[in-house]
Design a protein around this ligand. Structure first.
Ligand code: PLP
Length: 465
């Protein structure tokens, strides 16, 4: 953050405070603390306006998979910009990059999907899914089958419908959300919600039983779809028990409820598999993806659907005419060209093999943090993970929220030269660019641990309890 003197006069920080509204920022403290202004990036590093170097431990927002200086992606964007800087896909218009990217996505998809719809963000993709599911169920003569089940602590975005899917109270409080027809079932976090004496497997079975009870209570004829991130990201990097999705999907199948996998974070190698669905045993009917689809260099997201759902939409066109949904930038040729090059680079450089190799070190370093006095639980897979801070390791008692343990640790980590993120409660997440090396992983964890140590010392000195 900027020093108070920087907030005077005509500095960039001062001009930021005078002009911008920042997402997911305390707008009140921002007025006095100002921004951290990132000026440039290279590899896994970013540099602030004073030239200080940071390891971007969250790949920005769980997204910049190729780091911050991949020339191939810059080239793909500039070449496409020169050739055709914009064209749309409304009214049967198309462009080569969007066609090639759709084909490539269908080729690498976790299921035999039939068609791809492009949007610009994860929120828009998830919003689109809700509309398409409703449209599809109307087409097949099931107009009452409209409810979507999400989960507590899920994160699916911020638009009116996507924020409703999100299961985190700050996204609903005073925004008058969630909207109707969106329900939330239990969060599959064994450490927090498993009962005394319950095995992980029993806990997973209880989650599935709770899902079934909810469907039965609402009436199966009213429940259309279930949406889930394979690993919950913003909810705290929550990795469900191994048998969880198998059990949940058996229930969904029984009641003809579609399975939607939100692959916005997990897609494109994050778990060491191409898709989180593959790593976590999900067989989705619909997939949404974004972020690492273009290594975040330009905004693009996608929804992939089955032939059966597509045929329902075709039937609607026979009834209504044009599909009355789409964004000006759906299939924009420049982000599509960058997305295509991203997927090609993943193959050319065998990025999945790299992730599998370096994630061994990443997971070892995470597991070692289990011994830290502040850490209650460590959760990690592939190149994503988090530690959960607790006041008492034995009882799992959290710190009082007013202590702001994780935000303070995150600030101390930033001071030590690693950008991490405090998420949902006292969790600190790491999700670095997938190109990270073992040596960089070591430096990242050394700095991360330094930040934890600062907070452990403060907790001791100030007798937090
Ligand atoms: N879904 C998941 C799993 C996410 O993590 C996010 C964003 O972090 C979104 C959806 C929303 O994406 P966007 O911020 O691009 O709208």
């Amino acid at each position: 953050m900027s020093s108070p003197s920087l907030l005077q006069g005509n500095s960039l920080a001062a001009r930021d405070v005078r002009s911008m509204i920042h997402p997911y920022t305390n707008l009140s403290t921002h007025l006095t603390e100002g921004p951290l202004i990132i000026q440039r990036g290279k590899g896994v590093h970013v540099y602030d306006e004073e030239g200080r170097e940071y390891i971007e431990g969250l790949a920005g927002l769980w997204c910049a998979s190729f780091g911050f200086g991949e020339e191939e992606l810059i080239k793909a964007a500039t070449e496409q910009m020169r050739k055709l800087p914009f064209y749309h896909s409304f009214a049967s218009k198309s462009t080569e990059p969007s066609i090639l990217l759709a084909e490539k996505l269908l080729e690498v998809a976790p299921m035999p999907f039939s068609k791809v719809f492009f949007a610009n963000s994860g929120s828009e993709a998830n919003d689109t899914v809700i509309k398409l599911v409703w449209y599809y169920n109307n087409s097949r003569g099931q107009p009452a089958k409209k409810k979507i089940i999400s989960r507590q602590k899920a994160y699916h975005g911020v638009t009116v419908a996507a924020a409703s899917l999100t299961g985190l109270p700050p996204l609903h409080n005073d925004f008058d959300l969630p909207i109707k027809n969106i329900l939330h079932t239990s969060c599959p976090h064994y450490y927090r919600y498993g009962k005394d004496g319950e095995t992980e497997e029993e806990f997973a079975a209880r989650c599935a039983a709770e899902l079934e009870q909810l469907i039965l209570a609402e009436g199966p004829e009213t429940v259309a779809a279930f949406i889930a991130e394979p690993i919950m990201g913003a909810g705290g990097v929550i990795i469900p028990p191994a048998t969880y999705f198998g059990k949940m999907q058996a229930v969904l199948k029984k009641y003809d409820v579609l399975m939607v996998a939100d692959e916005v974070i997990c897609g494109f190698g994050r778990t060491g598999e191409m898709w989180g669905s593959e790593a976590l045993g999900i067989r989705p009917d619909i997939v949404t993806c974004a972020k690492a689809l273009s290594s975040a260099y330009l905004p693009i997201s996608a929804v992939m659907i089955t032939e059966e759902i597509f045929q329902g939409m075709v039937k609607q066109s026979e009834k209504h005419g044009a599909l009355a949904h789409g964004f000006t930038y759906s299939g924009h040729p420049v982000p599509a060209a960058v997305g295509l090059r991203t997927l090609q680079l993943m193959e050319e450089r065998d990025l999945l093999a790299h992730v599998r190799k370096v994630s061994v070190r990443f997971n070892e370093r995470f597991q070692a943090l289990g011994d830290h006095p502040l850490v209650g639980e460590v959760r990690s897979m592939g190149l994503i993970g988090a530690v959960e801070l607790v006041a008492d390791k034995k009882t799992k008692r959290p710190f009082d929220a007013s202590r702001k343990a994780a935000p303070k640790a995150s600030a101390a980590m930033q001071e030590a030269g690693v950008i991490s993120r405090a998420v949902a409660g006292d969790n600190l997440a790491l999700c670095p660019p997938l190109i990270i090396t073992e040596a960089e992983i070591d430096t990242m964890f050394d700095r991360f641990t330094q930040g934890l140590d600062v907070v452990a010392a403060a907790a001791k000195a100030e007798n937090w309890d």
